[in-house]
Design a protein around this ligand. Structure first.
Ligand code: KIV
Ligand code: ZN
Length: 525
């Protein structure tokens, strides 16, 4: 049995725990799937961010999920590691088996409590739901002292029934009571009142932590979470970049910075190291291949950009005229130009480490080689370039398919064509194809070589850093047999970047989410 320390025992009223569910609620949303090593890498970053709890996955849901939760529980130190479980015995047992090696292990069990979920999904009576909740908490308490109970769809449940279920959970030993707004239906005043009501009506409420878990269907997830905090919640469940089911979950960076910046108003603090916010956001975006929308609060590319003349004038005179926070406080590098042609291996490694990438010697050598090649093509190397190098060459070492060369001819007077050479399972193969443009031709050649039937769902090109010598970063999203994966590739040549992105996605598809990738070479601190 593990002991509850730190987050649970601290009853300080001015402190709210950050429960990060990027790897569970975030990861389960389409287009956000990560393989095991990517999850581990992000979990190490979450530890650097200093979240209180990492919900690492839903162990019973697949062998891959089990293994990644187990790996994170074994390797990541600092935050409590949590595994999700329904109320069935097998779920609780799997959650425990996956997290048992954690420094602090939490089981999070849940069952739906709204009339529609109980009747139409669970086909259980309210009495059966109460009993299942109590039994699950009791079983989980047999394993660990740190047990969280959630009443799924709480915000569409009857309040007096919620009191019954939560009371049963408290009596069975739950230490955290989570109140999920599963479908993003509630509004701040109502959600706040629900917390006040529960705290008033539950016997023993003062001995448990109340937790908010908000989805963003109405764009109110952060506002609702803060309303909950104002009414006594001392844990918030959230995700980096707000990723999650449908419109997402409450964004960690927005909650953390609202509380940090407006401490004068709320008087509530978190343990988050705010300077790790931006690196965490970048890392997640790199891993999933999903760009952050430019106007996203705190971490979007425009969050600290000043375009209008009046604003620029004000900022030049006094930055605080239009900036409420210092970009450095959230880890946005003040000077994004980091390295150049003459930078050495030491500076290169140090900068990668600052960005959260700790590589072993072999991986570092490969990355450094690629950096030197890029530095020959491009005068200035930015953080984004370094991230692309790591993502392309190190984290995503091609496994089944590897590009050897891409040559295209195109122009106003000719039909675009491409010749692509690849190594596929150890064999060198080559094909030529035509297309509507050079990118289309190159991808057609890759299709021919790999025989893929995947359908291209999205193709996005962006310039990493400025200038005509900028690296192009291509993100593709492809779908095959019900599996959607993203791939990323970068190069100063957009056709090559596209081919890399496509092959990266095909490799991910080949290995799907549960396979052990080759990136165990990227380790935590
Ligand atoms: O949204 C939700 O209800 C959940 C629960 C499993 C906590 O994610
Ligand atoms: Zn959720």
């Amino acid at each position: 049995m593990t002991n509850v320390t730190n987050s649970q025992s601290s009853q300080a009223t001015d402190y709210v725990r950050i429960f990060d569910t990027t790897l569970r609620d975030g990861e389960q949303a389409p287009g956000n799937s990560m393989n095991m090593a990517e999850k581990l890498r992000l979990a190490h970053q979450l530890a650097r961010l200093n979240v209180d709890v990492i919900e690492a996955g839903f162990p019973i849901s697949s062998p891959g999920d089990f293994e990644s939760v187990e790996l994170i529980a074994t390797e990541v130190r600092g935050p409590a590691i949590c595994g999700l479980a329904r109320t069935a015995d097998a779920d609780i047992d799997a959650a425990w088996n996956a997290i048992r090696k954690a420094e602090r292990a939490r089981i999070h069990t849940f069952i739906a409590t709204s009339p529609i979920h109980m009747r139409d999904k669970l086909r259980m009576t309210p009495d059966e739901v109460v009993e299942a909740a109590a039994r699950a908490v009791e079983r989980a308490r047999g394993y660990t002292e740190d047990v969280e109970f959630s009443a799924e769809d709480a915000t569409r449940s009857e309040w007096d029934f919620l009191v019954r279920v939560y009371q049963a959970a408290i009596n069975a030993g739950a230490t955290t009571l989570n109140v999920p707004d599963t479908v993003g239906y509630t509004v701040p005043e109502e959600y706040g009142r629900l917390f006040a009501y529960l705290r008033e009506h539950l016997v023993g409420a003062e001995n448990v932590i109340f937790s908010a878990h908000c989805h963003n269907d109405l764009g109110l997830a952060v506002a609702n979470s803060i309303a909950a905090i104002q009414n006594g919640a001392r844990q918030v469940e959230c995700t980096i970049n707000g990723i999650g089911e449908r419109a997402g979950n409450a964004a960690l960076e927005e909650i953390a910075m609202a509380l940090h910046l407006r401490y004068d108003h709320y008087g509530i603090r978190t343990n988050v190291d705010t300077r790790q916010i931006y690196p965490s956001s970048r890392m997640l975006s790199q891993i999933t291949g999903n760009p952050v929308q430019p106007n996203k609060a705190i971490v979007g590319a425009n969050a600290f950009a000043h375009e209008s003349g009046i604003h620029q004038d004000g900022v030049l005179k006094n930055v605080q005229t239009y900036e409420i926070m210092d970009p450095a406080d959230v880890g946005v590098p003040a000077n994004r130009l980091v390295l150049g042609k003459h930078s050495g291996r030491h500076a290169f490694r140090r900068r990668l480490e600052e960005l959260g990438y700790v590589l072993d010697t072999d991986a570092l050598n490969k990355a450094f080689q690629r950096f030197k090649q890029l530095a020959d093509q491009k005068k200035e190397i930015y953080d984004e370039d370094l991230e692309a190098i790591v993502a392309d060459e190190i984290v995503r070492i091609p496994t089944r398919y590897q590009i050897l060369s891409v040559n295209v001819s195109s122009g106003t007077e000719m039909l675009p064509s491409a010749t692509v050479a690849m190594e596929i399972e150890g064999k060198r193969v080559i094909a030529g194809a035509r297309g509507d443009g050079p990118v289309d031709a190159a991808l057609n050649a890759i299709k021919e070589l790999t025989g893929t039937t995947a359908i291209m769902r999205e193709y996005v090109v962006a310039a990493i850093s400025g200038g005509t010598d900028a690296q192009g970063e291509v993100t593709v999203r492809i779908e095959d047999d019900g599996h959607m994966v993203t791939g990323k590739g970068s190069d100063t040549d957009i056709v090559v970047a596209s081919a890399r992105a496509y092959v990266h996605a095909l490799n991910r598809l080949a290995y799907r989410r549960d396979d052990v990738p080759t990136i165990s070479r990227v380790t935590g601190p």
